[in-house]
Design a protein. Structure first.
Length: 140
């Protein structure tokens, strides 16, 4: 259920809820206005009915009151959020790519400025990695 749609049709929902569960007060329903979880909790406390049964009835009301218009607005909201997520991912990917390129260029510059030291660091790293791998392989 879409909370915005539920809030938009609250009067209709409230009427159908009171018709089904006459013991519910306007005060109780108003406290839960638009919040499905609170609404289910209020109905459960007041009536003792199973959560699944309440949720099923709420879904029926939602479908009756909203029809395809709600489905369309829900679909639009989903598309909007999907587009926002895609834009965020693209922006993050762009930032990561720029950071990697910057690191690559900095590394390239350091190697050009200090080729002997760079070679020594690479050789030392390779030597240490080789020793560690040899020790790991020997222990098996």
């Amino acid at each position: 259920m879409n909370a915005q749609t539920l809030e938009g049709h609250w009067t209709e929902f409230k009427g159908k809820l009171k018709k089904r569960w006459g013991s519910l007060t306007n005060d109780e329903l108003d406290k839960a206005e638009g919040n499905v979880e609170q609404l289910v909790g209020v109905i459960q406390r007041r009536t003792g009915e199973a959560r699944e049964s309440i949720e099923h009835f709420l879904q029926q009301i939602y479908d009756d009151v909203c029809g395809e218009g709600c489905a369309d607005s829900t679909m639009e909201a989903a598309k909007k959020y999907a587009n926002q997520a895609a834009e965020t991912i693209q922006e993050s990917t762009k930032q990561v790519r720029e950071a990697v390129e910057t690191g690559y260029h900095q590394t390239e510059q350091i190697i050009r400025e200090r080729p002997v030291e760079s070679l020594a660091v690479v050789f030392g790293t390779g030597l240490i990695a080789g020793v560690v791998m040899g020790l790991l392989m020997r222990s098996r």
